[in-house]
Design a protein around this ligand. Sequence first.
Ligand code: OOB
Length: 569
Amino acid sequence: MCENPLLLPVALYPDEFAERYRKAGLWVDETIPEFLENSCTDYAENLAVVAVSHQKISQGESDLVARLTYTELREQALLAAARVRDAGVRPGDRVLLQLPNIAEYLVYLLGIFWAGGIPVFCLPAHRASDLIHFALKSHATAHVFSSYTSGEDFQKLHHSVAANVEDQQNRRMVGIDASAPFDLSKTPSHTISQPVMNTERARKSEQVAFLQLSGGTTGLSKLIPRTHADYLYSVRQSVKICQLNCESTLLVVLPASHNFAMSSAGILGAMCAGSAMVFAADPSPKTAFALIEQENVKVVQLVPPLAQAWLASAAKRQPNVESLELIQIGGAKLLPSVAERITPVLHGKLQQVFGMAEGLVNYTRADDSDEMRLHTQGRPMSEFDEILVVDDHDIPVAEGESGHLLTRGPYTIRGYYNEPAINAKSFTDDGFYRTGDIVRVHPTGDIEVTGRAKDQINRNGEKIAVDEIEDVALMHPKVYDAVAVGLPDPTVGERIYLVVVPQADADFGESPVAEMRNHFAKRQVTPYKFPELVEIMDTLPLTNIGKVSRRDVRAAVLDHVLQAKEKHA
Ligand code: OOB
């Protein structure tokens, strides 16, 4: 527990770097709440958002879609800020934001910032085990959700998370239901709270603005503290590279809280350029294609499995997607064979985006050769990004060879929030972040992702730490040992394959997968982390040949699974 919850335990950028980034004009004295306010006033008359609204649903109106100009968005967000303040949130307080892609997402995002809160970006899919972890770690004082979100009783979920926080930290965490209509009899204050000084830095813009979630390589996700200055720099630079302007209507299909959707150039990029954001209520090609045609969408962001689903659907439906100018694909490796089909089928120009919530984002550029756009994941957005490709001993590899990607720069964090032990492993002594990605750099400077050294499964672009899956599996009374691996899969990228060694005499009966999924559900694990295939083995490969690492055992298990699959095929 931190002694002064207002002073966040974060690793700051060293003075000499902060000064360098300020001097070069990368970091400016603007905060995210100020940036949002400026967008709303600069682009007052522009259309800001088209999205389903849960407030309207709760009022029983037939028109469920909200269309707000930037002025109207501002008015709504001031009401949200008032509600957030009334709920007791004070400047510097952490607030779990857990909304789907609805109008209220944007309204509350602005509202929390304007109330001085520090959002913690949760996904609608998160369930109690994750939410409790985020609430305890961040000392969150409020949880914003909507009881009209499908898939779960969110009131109940909130109460169970809040009860846990009360038990473990002896404090209240309030729930704010974003589907409840605003009280229009009260005129909200038009003042925007200033961010509180929550690090020892002297400037407002160098304070922590929000906490993003890491994919996680060990256990549950870690919290990523991003500052106003670093994030706004990354947004502005992205807007330049992606060439957004006020006409660049963006379709938001990925979960809005994902770093890709938020800032590459994404939602904040659209707000920076004054363009409209169209939120898709679900990621299906049918919904998306209809919105693209109706709203004249120009830019869309996809993860590779979704891009493949769109390609398959487009072949059948022949949708009118002529308005699409830019199709950004990232979050997982895009195969060149899929990359080649993007423009012919979906019309827009392909841009590969290789980024991470910890910071570094690489883009292919509009004027790159086809070869580079199809076969690489682009190059860093900033000339101040530092890239190292090293071997297992941190020695740089020869030019063009594959190695571990390390990075440091003006928008890459220097440490996770309050995780000294993990930070010692995830960052080098001189502040480089160990991405866990294996890459090679082409002579043009473009990066090709060739592999992954982290124990993680990338399912539909969502990252899952294998040891979290294994830890949960081990809590099952019939399980003696368990290994989780990512099985390559054409529809979701990788599926969660769990190999279980049962306790002596334990019987898993007809359906081990049903039994294990049931166990995960009981422990309130987030559903996208449930094992999808379960195999029972008497012993794990390699475990009886002496001292081997867990990573070797996982590799051997994956080998075994792939070989068995081949035999079947
Ligand atoms: C994005 O962010 P995260 O934090 O969910 O995941 C980061 C990791 C990377 O370290 C890498 O392993 C993988 O996701 N990744 C890619 C990739 N983009 C991300 N692997 C291969 N090719 C790509 N294009 O996923 C993210 C954040 C900002 C922008 C885009 C993606």
